[in-house]
Design a protein around this ligand. Sequence first.
Ligand code: SAH
Length: 233
Amino acid sequence: MKIVYIVAMVAEAKPFIEHYGVELQEGFFAPLPCMCYKAEVHNNELYVVLNGQQHGSDLVGCEAASVATLSAIQKINPDIIINSGTCGAFKSNGAEIADVYLGNAVMFHDRRVPGDDEWGTQALGNYPVYDKVLEMADALGFKTGKVTTGSSLDMQPCDKEIIEQNGGELKDMEGAAVAFVCSLFQKPILFVKSVTDLCDSGAETFEEFSKNLAKASEALKEANIKIIDYLTK
Ligand code: SAH
């Protein structure tokens, strides 16, 4: 089996990269900024694809995630794509810092397009996710929630309204873009999201995010080890 991880930030991938000893494949995606790391795990191929960097910072967000996902599918033809990363969540849903969730659905919350139902439907995305996610969450003891993606770290009142109306629970900046590309190729997409910040805590998001990034990334590593064992057993 070929497993491809799409990860936005070096900090999110680092514990995982170190654990599996994946090796950088120089020039794999040249001239694109994405980086490919590869290892063998129980006779399966594990790829970790990072969106890459620009101006000295990680390429977070939908554009870079789409490019990475498209290129990875075309070059590797994986059996499953896993988007692993951090997210904001809501304490009103019972979320706590460093909780790990699997995505049971995925949408966009900041594509406000006026028009009839068809335009609204496209704007929200609502792409299919890995069909065995609930079974997996049950077996491994993860919570599940709906991933909701936008291009900003903060949450404006108009984002909040769409998130509430559509049941968004795990706020990130890449998930729906990855799922969009996967839907074009009918590739299964699994989301593994660890909570760095609580959008309804009243705290400043970036401060909370920065404070908890290392802890959440460690939780992601532990979760991904279980997931890879489960998929490859
Ligand atoms: N300037 C930050 C950049 C992080 S952007 C830094 O220096 O580290 C936030 C990243 O974490 C994105 O990849 C996004 O997917 C995820 N994320 C975590 N919390 C989020 C939130 N509340 N809203 C949106 N994305 C969030």
